[in-house]
Design a protein around this ligand. Structure first.
Ligand code: ZN
Length: 405
């Protein structure tokens, strides 16, 4: 361990149950007694190596990073890998332990996140962002039974965190395809190539998938400039990322400025990629025209469910251009049964409802729902938003404006 890492003590506790870990009497090295010692030592070595890579590029977490391997994924729990312990931990389900950001991993074993150096580094990036003051992303941790593994976010913060974690991991591996060692059965390994993913069309509400808009852009720089760009991008991200986790376009702009100071050549490549990937337009709504169907180029769009009593809006907003005092019909096709009570509202740019307008989509056929809504007077460019009053997220295939009367 080098000097800069000495302050980052790894605490390793392996447990045999799913009960939350008791805080240790003091934060310090602790040898796991309940699990296999050799596996624990190997995990500590993997975590230290990941921290060394991060620190070499200025991505040093502030304070100690306890690594907690949880042996909960056996018996009944083992069959439900909808959300790994690691993801659950990094996404707000007990990511703080003994008062400091902690990295929770699955207990060592074949296919577990603690055996996968890439999964480990990915989660460490979340810890680094937390420890450097980046606010917790607005995760909706409700996970649908029908859609295992889907975590949704209502703001771009989740997209940015996942993109950074994926790109930093890919930089270490020098490979765009990641987490093969711990990929869930039947789930493709993740890639940072993000072929063709552009803002705002690529935003589906699922940060792990949507992240390829940003991670793909960073990877584009490497493929065009060469491997030297890995270190340059990481060092620049270390400087700007923790204070720019709210908006993709703000992060893209801050990174441009930082790269101009450090490596003007790389800055020029980045600026071109930002333009191609539409990163400056990430918040723009998706335009719909009459009878033209919008389909997400990446994955099925998801409308998040509610948290408490509040429906959570999707990342997506749709824009239609229509003159005022008319009626607009919109149809949405679902993958499977059309859900009841899906609402749509006209909203302003800040997401506030216009004219108390609101309508409930009626199921027309088993998989299609539509509604009609009066357009406010004088409106020409309207935003509308679909929202979902149930607690389970809803996936849909495509959306189209059927008619304007
Ligand atoms: Zn993550």
């Amino acid at each position: 361990m080098n000097g800069s890492l000495a302050a980052h003590i790894i605490v390793l506790v392996c447990m045999g149950s799913s009960a939350p870990p008791a805080p240790p009497a003091r934060v310090g090295p602790r040898v796991c007694e309940l699990a296999d010692d050799a596996a624990s030592v190997a995990l500590a070595a993997r975590a230290e190596a990941a921290l060394r890579f991060m620190s070499a590029h200025g991505l040093t977490p502030a304070g100690p990073v306890p690594v907690v391997a949880v042996g909960a994924l056996s018996g009944e729990g083992a069959t439900d890998r909808a959300v790994s312990v690691a993801d659950a931990a990094a996404h707000g389900l007990g990511e703080r332990w003994a008062g400091v950001p902690a990295l929770l991993l699955e207990a060592p074993g074949p296919g577990s996140t603690s055996e996968d150096p890439e999964a480990l580094l990915h989660e460490l990036v979340h810890i680094w962002l937390r420890s450097r003051g980046a606010p917790e992303p607005a995760w909706a941790t409700r996970v649908s039974k029908d859609e295992p593994g889907v975590i949704i976010a209502t703001r771009e913060s989740g997209v940015i965190e996942e993109a950074l974690a994926d790109f930093i991991t890919a930089s270490r591996s020098r490979s765009p395809v990641l987490y093969r060692a711990s990929a869930r059965p039947g789930t493709p390994a993740r890639s940072v190539r993000g072929r063709g993913a552009r803002c705002p069309e690529a935003f589906s509400g699922r940060p792990h998938a949507d992240a390829s808009v940003l991670s793909g852009a960073l990877w584009d720089v490497v493929t065009r400039h060469g491997a030297e760009a890995h270190g340059i991008l990481l060092t620049a991200l270390a400087k700007v990322a923790p204070s720019h986790t709210h908006e993709v376009r703000a992060l893209a702009k801050a990174l441009t400025a930082e790269l101009k100071r450090r490596a003007p050549k790389v800055a020029r490549v980045w600026a071109k990629v930002v333009d191609e990937r539409g990163l400056g337009r990430c918040q723009e709504p998706i335009s719909l025209t009459l009878q033209r169907t919008f389909q997400s180029p990446l994955v099925q769009p998801v409308i998040p469910g509610k948290r408490g009593d509040t429906p959570m809006a999707s990342l997506q907003r749709y824009e239609v251009q229509v003159s005022g005092s008319r009626t607009l019909s919109v149809g949405v096709r679902f993958d499977g049964q059309a859900p009841p009570n899906l609402r749509w509202d006209f909203v302003d740019a800040r997401g506030r409802r216009v004219d108390a307008s609101s309508s409930v989509l009626d199921a027309q056929t088993s998989s299609m729902a539509s509604t009609r809504l009066a357009v406010p007077p004088r409106a020409t460019r309207l935003l509308f938003r679909l929202s979902n009053p149930q607690s389970t997220p809803i996936a849909f295939d495509d959306i189209k404006v059927i008619s304007v009367n």
